[in-house]
Design a protein around this ligand. Structure first.
Ligand code: ADP
Ligand code: ZN
Length: 725
């Protein structure tokens, strides 16, 4: 019999998907399964592609495939269908969707050099008692005892006793050496089994969600910081595992994972696979295969882990569901929740959304009973919620306290004296955000983007935080050659310097993207701070989330206004959530925590709600604003960005896009723009934006799809379609 397959490949510079038919030589026929990768000749190249279909006949003559690359399919039937769903949702090519779903080493795209990691092991060749008789000396007998309780022992640990004795034992056929695959990523050993007795609120949440097992359904677990949401997850997962099902747990950022994973490990001896951005390609490849082989029944990971090929999923948990990192900013621009929904449907499993500050959209759906709302109102360990004080920085500037207000400075001294720990949040990395010449007014700006460069003192470099452009800072002005540079704007690096200056004996630690660039630094910073090796941890929003330090009694927020001033309809929501999370780090132990919030707008509603610790007040205020301004969750919002290196063309095409949309869309839909984007000129490319707000518009999807296809064929203008949630 002759076998044919349809292969999906990504053809360079063409955004269109195409499958090509190939014949499978008889030698390879038994290996071929749908969802595997194959190597095929294409023109004068050799390409990788995914097998999407197996056929028995074709109408014309086709080429043969060269090889089958996998032993087991990299895409199972669920994943194959999910890719199609993703493609339809995001207007991306199917091959780019599969590429997004798979770890680098399993994409049919670039030739990867990752393969299984093999290691040498030894095992007994004859029964133990016989082996003992053949041992000639004490060292050989010592080696043999390693095999009393273990079927296999790594060659490395035997060699560490004696290489020559090992050689003899192998020569005498007492031991044999063999190769076996080892997984690269190893969780640190923990043996403590830790289980807390749930309090009434937690128990109630657990029982409510348990009622939803085996069906689709979304639960919104809204618990104040420290209310014990994680403990509820653990209890739910235990129940899921009892039913021989698996659990998928998503967290927004790697900074959450060390403490979080540790708690899972303490609870479950069963196998956990971990998928986050801190893993090497090889580690990720191993973790992925652990899941495919059903050796892991709990997966914990960041965004892309939503595609983990778990079978028989019993629960999907999105911790910190409001987090914007659940939305992918590159194509395909998917939201984790939509994928979770798809998988929940496939597996008939509930979704749990957990947060202390749920997104407005989720709250709105809960209030309409689309989601089941479950509140946790109290902190689990009886500690009090922190007391928050707002400081008006306009006053402080007058008293020459522009960085640390007098109040915050006093509090820091007080806490240092009491040997309590302090967290300081400043949402800007680097040293100074603007460098200007006081002689001629020259400001260092990025040559590719329309923004000022941030100075990084440790490397004496100016860096663009958008495109990554860097240059060294000369000590004189490039324009007038005077040595009169002024440093404006506060970044974490400068703050660290400043703090060390005024608190010379304090032990200060900084956490931002620069200090955590190297592998393992996150964990190191977090563990050394929680071990009490430092007094003050300062950093960007990285420090605001999920961390549970019991000795922190003061949180200082230095940059409450920065996120508020970004022109975006979500900036209130973002600011509220960031500050709420940050304040929640205070007073998790025995002493009540204090929060000091420095701002130039002390009466702003967001800060007032933070001070009162009143989520519902903020929610109601913000919902009213959104309703008035016709923003989500009342309207759907799509942002269409028109990009080009040619300014004129960009602006012209943007107008055309607007006309097209106005003609096609329902009259109830609102088309705004074109206007210049927040980041108008980035990486030498101009950006214009058009907003579409709609509620019920049956023509929206087909119209946008058509628009997308028109611009796929253009080479000088790009179109980007982004559905906001
Ligand atoms: P959240 O995820 O809601 O912020 P956590 O699950 O991290 O809260 O719990 C906060 C703290 O309370 C943790 O130190 C946790 O160990 C503790 N905790 C949670 N549940 C209980 C409980 N039922 N009894 C005692 N301590 C608890
Ligand atoms: Zn730039």
């Amino acid at each position: 019999m002759i076998m044919y397959i349809e292969v999906l490949m990504e053809i360079k510079n063409k955004h269109v998907d195409k499958t090509f038919t190939y014949q499978v030589p008889s030698l390879l026929q038994s290996k071929v399964q749908i969802g595997m990768r194959v190597l095929v000749p294409f023109g004068n190249q050799i390409l990788e592609g995914y097998i999407l279909n197996i056929l028995e006949s074709v109408s014309c003559e086709v080429k043969e495939i060269l090889d089958v690359l996998d032993e087991e399919p990299v895409l199972n039937s669920e994943m194959l269908e999910l890719g199609v769903f993703l493609k339809n949702q995001t207007f991306s090519s199917l091959s780019s969707c599969y590429a997004t779903m798979l770890p680098k080493a399993l994409k049919a795209k670039e030739k990867s050099h990752v393969s299984k990691k093999m290691s040498s092991f030894l095992k007994l060749n004859i029964p133990y008692s016989e082996a003992l008789l053949l041992c000639k000396n004490e060292i050989q007998r010592q080696i043999l005892t390693l095999f009393l309780d273990n079927d296999k022992v790594s060659k490395k640990s035997v060699s560490s006793i004696s290489v020559s004795a090992l050689k003899t034992l192998i020569k005498n056929q007492v031991l044999v050496e063999f190769q076996e695959e080892v997984y690269r990523y190893q969780l640190k050993e923990t043996s403590v089994f830790e289980k807390k007795v749930l309090n009434e609120e937690q128990q109630n949440a657990f029982l409510e969600i348990k009622k939803g097992f085996g069906k689709e359904g979304v639960f919104l677990l809204h618990g104040v910081t420290g209310s014990g949401k994680t403990e509820v997850y653990l209890e739910l997962i235990e129940e899921v595992l009892k039913q021989n099902k698996t659990a998928l747990v998503l967290v927004p950022e790697i900074s959450l994972t060390p403490q979080f994973i540790h708690r899972f490990q303490k609870r479950f001896s069963s196998s956990i696979a971990v998928l986050h951005s801190g893993l090497s390609d090889g580690e990720r490849y191993d973790e992925w295969r652990k899941i495919i082989r059903e050796e892991a029944n709990i997966v914990i990971g960041v965004r892309s882990a939503i595609f983990a090929p778990l079978k028989n999923i019993g629960i999907i948990i999105l911790d910190e569901e409001h987090s914007e990192s659940y939305k992918q900013e590159n194509n395909p621009k998917y939201h984790v929740f939509d994928i979770a929904k798809y998988r929940s449907n496939w597996h008939h499993s509930p979704i749990v959304l957990g947060s202390a500050t749920p997104s407005l959209g989720s709250m709105a759906r809960a209030s309409k009973k689309v989601y089941q709302y479950i509140p946790l109102k109290k902190r689990a360990n009886q500690s009090e919620l922190p007391i928050c004080q707002i400081v008006d920085m306009q006053e402080e500037v007058k008293y020459r306290h522009p960085i640390l207000s007098r109040e915050l400075e006093c509090k820091i001294i007080e806490k240092l004296n009491k040997k309590e720990q302090i967290l300081l949040l400043l949402n800007r990395r680097g040293h100074s955000t603007t460098i200007t010449c006081s002689n001629c007014g020259f400001t260092h700006r990025c040559i590719h983007c329309d923004i000022t460069l941030t100075y990084h003192k440790s490397s004496n470099q100016l860096r663009c935080h958008y495109c990554g452009y860097t240059k060294f800072l000369e000590d004189c002005c490039p324009n007038c050659k005077e040595k009169s540079l002024n440093y404006f704007g506060l970044g974490t690096e400068k703050l660290e310097e400043y703090l060390q200056d005024i608190f010379p004996t304090a032990r200060i630690l900084r956490m931002d993207r620069d200090t955590t660039a190297n592998k393992g630094m996150y964990e190191k910073i977090i563990s050394s701070f929680s071990n009490g090796e430092y007094d003050i941890l300062l950093g960007t929003q990285m420090i605001s989330k999920g961390l549970d330090f019991s000795n922190v009694s003061l949180v200082g927020i230095l940059s409450a206004d920065t996120t508020l001033n970004i022109p975006d309809y979500r900036s209130n929501e973002r600011t509220f959530s960031l500050l709420y999370q940050a304040s929640g780090r205070a007073g998790r132990g025995k002493t009540t925590g204090e929060v000091i919030l420095q701002t130039f707008y002390p009466n702003h509603i967001v800060f007032q709600c933070i001070k009162e610790n009143n989520f519902m007040k903020f929610y109601q205020y913000e919902m009213n604003t959104r309703k008035t301004l016709k923003y989500p969750p009342f309207y759907y919002l799509v942002v269409i960005t028109i990009k080009s290196k040619d300014y004129k063309m960009c602006s012209l095409e943007a107008k055309k896009v607007k006309d097209f949309l106005e003609k096609r869309l329902d009259s109830s839909s609102i088309v705004l723009g074109p206007s210049t984007a927040n980041l108008f000129f980035v990486n030498n490319v101009y950006h214009f934006e058009i907003l579409v707000k709609y509620r019920f518009d049956s023509k929206i999807m087909e119209t946008l799809k058509e628009l997308d296809e028109i611009y796929l064929l253009q080479s000088k203008v790009y179109l980007d379609i982004d559905f906001q949630n």
